[in-house]
Design a protein around this ligand. Structure first.
Ligand SMILES: *[C@@H]1O[C@H](CO)[C@@H](O)[C@H](O)[C@H]1NC(C)=O
Ligand SMILES: *[C@@H]1O[C@H](CO)[C@@H](O)[C@H](O)[C@H]1NC(C)=O
Length: 385
């Protein structure tokens, strides 16, 4: 598993102009860590739990991170690469309360950048899991070493919700459409387009072994399809809205359950699990004989190495996409041979997407986010096992 990133780095050096790659890093699962320490139930008790829904970005768990730089000379920052939002923000070095637990942040010191411009207007973004506030600045940023944007506008955060205190991050880089951006800021991705061979980016996420560990996690490729880590055959699906990476799903089945129903879905690298309508979740629970763990607030099943679970089968257009149990049955350190069902229920009340294809899906299929043709592509990910 660990030798793969070395191969990826080698590939990096052979990139042509107009194609850029950024290796991603997977954070340890916060949820697994607390569970293994016996502290998760206590943590949940002190959080305002959203009932029947899950934040679009479930920061309680693991996610995929990337390194960027800001300013002149460049200052490093490790950010969540999030296709479920459209703004870039980083933590301000002046924020005393932003220090975080068990992670040494790399906050952005605006004083130390000769190219920084303060726009002197407020920044505020509300995620379902919490808000971030500060002011808007502009500076040079680099992504993946070679990709450079001059005068990128971003949030410099001096207020972050409690939940971010637990995360090993310096900010978030949103990769969704401009319509989703707050404060009318142009998302970095839009500013990158003139430099790219093709106006798209591919996301490959490496399969995890133990979520509690942070391991090298994959690769994001700007300007071309990643054919090293993803199969050559790509199934393209038109987008149904240009805000999230949103598309229509036509049906779902698992074991003896089949549903033919058109619904809206989004692809979101910032969501670690899979979000499904609550009615579908109860069917999945039946098919897997999962049991609700009232202490940890998740569904548990025997770990898949000792037990067979049927595949999740999504119908999109005329194609079927299969997610195997190795992706949706995760060892989050519950012990006693128990694993978590990495699936949560959402009741959207008829508004917004009712399915979230988070990292559980993206590890199985590389997602290719095609801006030029307003479509998303799915290609089987080549996993090491
Ligand atoms: C990103 O930066 C952090 C902190 O400087 C470093 O530990 C990590 O290895 C880097 N990750 C990648 C994928 O470059
Ligand atoms: C940046 O400069 C301002 C004004 O001199 C000062 O108040 C602030 O503490 C400095 N911040 C850092 C992180 O050095």
């Amino acid at each position: 598993m660990n030798h793969i990133p070395i191969l990826l780095l080698l590939f990096l050096s052979s990139c042509s102009a107009g194609v850029f790659q950024l290796q991603t890093l997977k954070s340890p699962s916060f949820r697994s860590k607390l569970i293994s320490e016996g502290r998760y139930a206590h943590f949940l008790a002190n959080q305002q739990l959203a009932t029947g829904s899950q934040p679009f970005i479930d920061f309680y768990d693991d996610f995929y991170l990337g390194n960027i730089t800001l300013g002149t000379p460049p200052q490093a920052a490790t950010v969540i690469l999030d296709t479920g939002s459209s703004n870039l923000w980083v933590i301000d070095a002046d924020c005393i309360e932003c220090e975080g637990f068990a992670y040494t942040r790399h906050p952005f010191n605006t004083n130390k950048s000769s190219t920084f411009e303060n726009e002197a207007r407020k920044f505020s973004i509300q995620y379902s899991s919490g808000a971030v506030g500060g002011f808007i600045g502009r500076d040079t940023i680099t992504i993946g070493g070679n990709l450079k944007i001059w005068f990128q506008a971003f949030g410099v955060a001096d207020q972050i919700a409690d939940v971010f205190q637990y995360q090993p991050i310096d900010g978030i880089l949103g990769l969704a459409w401009p319509a989703l951006a707050v404060d009318q800021l142009t998302p970095p991705m839009q500013n990158l387009l003139p430099q790219l061979d093709s106006k798209l980016f591919s996301v490959y996420l490496e399969r995890k072994v133990i979520p509690a560990h942070g391991e090298p996690g994959g690769l994001i490729t700007f300007g071309t399809i990643d054919t090293v880590n993803c199969a050559a055959e790509v199934d393209w699906v038109p987008l149904t809205a240009l805000s999230y990476w949103q598309f229509a799903i036509d049906g779902f089945s698992m074991g003896s359950f089949t549903q033919v129903k058109k619904a809206q879905a989004i692809s979101d690298t910032g969501t670690s699990w899979l979000g499904v309508p609550t009615s579908v979740l109860s069917q999945i629970v039946k098919q897997t004989k999962a049991v609700y763990d009232t202490i940890n607030h998740l569904y548990i099943v025997p770990c898949s190495t000792t037990y067979f679970h049927p595949d999740l089968i999504f119908t999109i257009g005329t194609k079927k996409f299969i997610v195997k149990s190795v992706e949706f049955v995760l060892d989050v350190q519950l012990g006693r041979g128990n694993c978590a069902l990495a699936i949560f229920g959402m009741s959207n009340g008829g508004f917004g997407p009712s399915w979230i294809f988070g990292n559980v899906f993206i590890r199985e299929y590389c997602n290719i986010y095609d801006i030029e043709h307003a479509r998303i592509g799915f290609a089987k990910a080549r996993q090491a096992f």
